[in-house]
Design a protein around this ligand. Structure first.
Ligand code: HEC
Ligand code: HEC
Ligand code: HEC
Ligand code: HEC
Ligand code: HEC
Ligand code: HEC
Ligand code: HEC
Length: 372
C-alpha cells in the first residue's frame, strides 16, 4: 500500500532512455551528431566574449582536455621518453619537442609512426592515436597515472600478438575512429564527413550546446528570444533526456543494454548505473547528472559536498517534521540513514577499481553496498 501511494505521487514518467544512435537521428542538436556545417561552429573564444565565466572555468576541466595534439600532451612533455617491454616486443615513445614517435621492435624488425593525438587527459590514462596508410590506429600501450608508466590499453588482450603491426596497435575502422573523435573532440564530423583536420581538441562549448553561429548572430542583433532558441540549453530537458544528454558520450542506459557490456566495466557508464538505482525510479530532476556536477567546472572531489544532494530526498527525521507538506518531500518516503549523517557517497557510491584502467570509478548505482 505504501508503495502505491509513492507511485501515485511520483513525477509523471518523462520517457525512456534511448540509444544515442536514435537521438542523433532526431531533429535539432544532440552531442556527437555530425550533421552540422563547419561554418556554423564559431569556437570557444567567440563564446567567451559573452560567457566569460563558463569559458574560463570550462577550460580547466578534463572534458575540455579529453584530446590533444600529441606534441602538446602534458604527459609527453613531462615524460619525453617512455619505454616498455611486453613479451618479445620493446616499445618506445619519444617526444623530441616537435613530434612524438611511437615505435616497436622485436629485435629484428621495427615499425614506427608519428603519433597524431593523445586521447584522455591522463589523470586516469592516456592512449595514443597514429595514422598508417591513411587509417587510424590505437596504440597497444597507454600511459597510466597511477602506474606512471606504459601498460596495455583498455580492451587490448595481454596474450602476445604474432605480428609487429598488431603488437603496435589496433586498427580503427573508419566508423570507430569517427566515434572516438566524436566523443573526445569538437566538430570532427561535419555534414556527416569525418575529417580530423578541422577538429577542435577536447569537449568544448559547441560539443554540448551545438554550433553557435546563429545564436551569436541573433544575440549581436539583440534578438534575445531568437538567440535562445538557436542554442540548446540542456537545463530545459526532462530528467531522462538530461541524463541521456550526458550519456551521448558517457553511454546512456539504452546504449549499455545495446552494447551488452557486462561486469565491472559498467561502472564507467554512470548514466546506466545511476538509472539502475532505486533512488532514480522513473527520473527525478534532483538526481540528474547536472544536479550533482557542473559540466563547466572540474569534478568536486570532496565527498561531503554531495551530501546536500542526497538530503534533498533523504531528510533526517527532525527535518522531515519541519518540511511536512513540502511537495518535493512528499514524493519520497524519506528514509534516513541509520548509520551516518554525512559523507553519504563514501558508503553508498563506493569507488570501484576497474583493473584495466588502473584507477577507480565512483559507482553511480546508489545503494546499500553488501558484498558487491
Ligand atoms: C554576442 C554575445 C554572445 C555570444 C558571442 C554567445 N552568446 Fe550565448 N547568450 C548570449 C545572451 C545575451 C544570452 C541570453 C542571456 C543569458 O542567458 O545570459 C545567451 C544565452 C546562452 C545560453 C542559454 C540559452 C537559454 O536557453 O537561455 C547558452 C546555452 C549559450 N548562450 C551558449 C553560448 C555558446 C555555446 C556560445 C558560443 C558558441 C555563445 N553562447 C555565444 C550572448 C552570447
Ligand atoms: C561530447 C562528449 C561528452 C559529453 C556530451 C559529456 N561528456 Fe563528460 N566526459 C567526456 C570525456 C571524453 C571525458 C574524459 C575526459 C578525460 O579524462 O580525458 C569526460 C569526463 C567527465 C567527467 C570526469 C571529470 C574528472 O575529473 O574525471 C565528468 C564529471 C563529466 N564528464 C561529466 C559530464 C556531465 C555531467 C555531462 C552532461 C552535462 C557530460 N559529462 C557530457 C565526454 C563528454
Ligand atoms: C561514446 C563516447 C566515447 C567514445 C566512442 C570513446 N570514448 Fe574515450 N572516453 C569517453 C568518456 C565519457 C570517458 C570518461 C569516462 C571513462 O573514463 O570511461 C572516456 C575516457 C577515455 C580515456 C581516459 C582513460 C580512461 O579509460 O578513463 C581514454 C584514454 C580514452 N577515453 C580513449 C578513447 C579512444 C582511443 C577511443 C576510440 C578507440 C575512445 N576513447 C572512444 C567517451 C568515449
Ligand atoms: C559537457 C557539456 C557542456 C559543455 C562542454 C559546456 N556546457 Fe554549457 N551547459 C551544459 C549544461 C548541461 C547546461 C545546463 C545546466 C547548467 O546550467 O549548468 C549548460 C548551461 C549553459 C549556459 C546557460 C546557463 C544558465 O544559467 O542557464 C550557458 C550560457 C553555457 N552553458 C555556456 C557554455 C559555454 C560558453 C561553454 C564553453 C566554454 C559551455 N557552456 C560548455 C553543458 C555543457
Ligand atoms: C530524487 C530523490 C533521491 C535522491 C536525490 C537520492 N535518493 Fe536515495 N532513494 C530515493 C528513493 C525514492 C529510494 C527508494 C526507496 C525505497 O524504495 O525504499 C531511495 C533509496 C535509497 C537507498 C536504499 C537503497 C537500497 O538498496 O535499498 C539508499 C542507501 C539511498 N537511497 C541513498 C542515497 C544517497 C547516498 C543519495 C545521494 C548520493 C541518494 N540516495 C539520493 C530517492 C532519492
Ligand atoms: C548524487 C550525486 C551524483 C549524481 C546524480 C551523479 N554523480 Fe557523478 N559523481 C558523484 C560523486 C560523489 C563522484 C565521485 C567524486 C570523487 O571521486 O570524489 C562522481 C564522479 C563522477 C565521474 C568521475 C569518474 C568516476 O566515475 O568516478 C564522472 C565521469 C561522473 N561522476 C559522471 C556523472 C554522470 C555522467 C552523471 C549522470 C548520469 C552523474 N555523474 C551523476 C556524484 C554524482
Ligand atoms: C559509514 C557508511 C555510511 C555512510 C557514511 C552513510 N550510510 Fe546510509 N547506510 C549505511 C548502511 C550500512 C546502511 C544499511 C543499514 C541496515 O540496513 O542495517 C545504510 C542505509 C541507508 C538507507 C536505507 C535506510 C532504510 O531504512 O531503508 C538510506 C536511505 C541511507 N543509508 C542514506 C544515507 C545518506 C543520505 C547518507 C548521508 C547523509 C548516508 N546514508 C551515509 C552506511 C552508510
Amino acid at each position: 500500500m505504501f508503495c502505491t501511494r509513492i507511485e501515485a505521487q511520483a513525477p509523471a514518467p518523462s520517457g525512456l532512455s534511448l540509444p544515442t544512435q536514435d537521438r542523433v537521428q532526431t531533429r535539432g542538436w544532440w552531442p556527437t551528431k555530425g550533421a552540422a556545417n563547419l561554418a556554423d561552429f564559431v569556437g570557444t573564444s567567440e563564446c567567451a566574449k559573452c560567457h566569460e565565466r563558463e569559458a574560463i572555468a570550462q577550460r580547466g576541466t578534463p572534458m575540455a582536455q579529453a584530446a590533444a595534439p600529441a606534441a602538446t600532451s602534458e604527459i609527453l612533455e613531462a615524460h619525453s621518453h617512455l619505454s616498455a617491454q611486453r613479451g618479445p616486443y620493446s616499445y618506445e615513445l619519444l617526444n623530441d619537442g616537435t613530434a612524438v614517435k611511437f615505435s616497436v621492435t622485436d629485435g629484428t624488425n621495427s615499425l614506427s609512426a608519428t603519433v597524431a593525438w593523445a586521447f584522455g587527459l591522463g589523470h586516469k590514462g592516456q592512449t595514443y592515436i597514429y595514422k598508417r596508410d591513411g587509417d587510424f590506429y590505437e596504440s597497444r600501450l597507454s600511459f597510466y597515472k597511477t602506474l606512471q608508466r606504459l601498460d596495455l590499453t583498455t580492451g587490448h588482450t595481454g596474450s602476445g600478438p604474432e605480428d609487429l603491426k598488431i603488437a603496435m596497435g589496433r586498427w580503427l575502422d573508419p566508423v570507430e575512429a569517427r566515434r572516438c573523435f566524436g566523443c573526445h573532440t569538437t566538430g570532427s564530423t561535419t555534414v556527416n564527413q569525418f575529417d580530423t583536420s578541422h577538429a577542435t581538441p577536447g569537449v568544448t562549448c559547441e560539443a554540448c550546446h551545438g554550433p553557435g553561429a546563429s545564436h551569436v548572430a541573433a544575440m549581436k542583433r539583440g534578438e534575445i528570444d531568437a538567440g535562445r532558441r538557436a542554442i540548446l540549453n540542456p537545463r530545459r530537458l526532462n530528467p531522462v533526456d538530461s541524463v541521456d544528454f550526458c550519456g551521448a558520450c558517457h553511454r546512456t542506459w539504452a546504449d549499455v543494454i545495446l552494447e551488452g557490456t557486462t561486469g565491472v566495466m559498467n561502472v564507467r557508464f554512470q548514466p546506466y548505473r545511476l538509472e539502475d538505482s532505486k533512488c532514480w525510479r522513473r527520473g527525478d530532476a534532483r538526481l540528474t547528472c547536472i544536479a550533482c556536477h557542473n559540466p563547466h567546472e572540474p569534478l568536486v572531489l570532496d565527498t561531503a559536498a554531495y551530501d546536500q544532494k542526497c538530503l534533498a530526498c533523504h531528510k533526517t527525521t527532525a527535518e522531515q517534521k519541519t518540511v511536512a507538506g513540502d511537495k518535493a518531500q512528499a514524493s519520497h518516503p524519506g528514509a534516513r540513514c541509520p548509520i551516518s549523517t554525512r559523507n553519504c557517497a563514501s558508503c553508498h557510491m563506493p569507488q570501484v577499481e576497474v583493473p584495466s584502467v588502473h584507477s577507480p570509478f565512483a559507482d553511480h548505482r546508489i545503494r546499500i553496498v553488501r558484498g558487491n
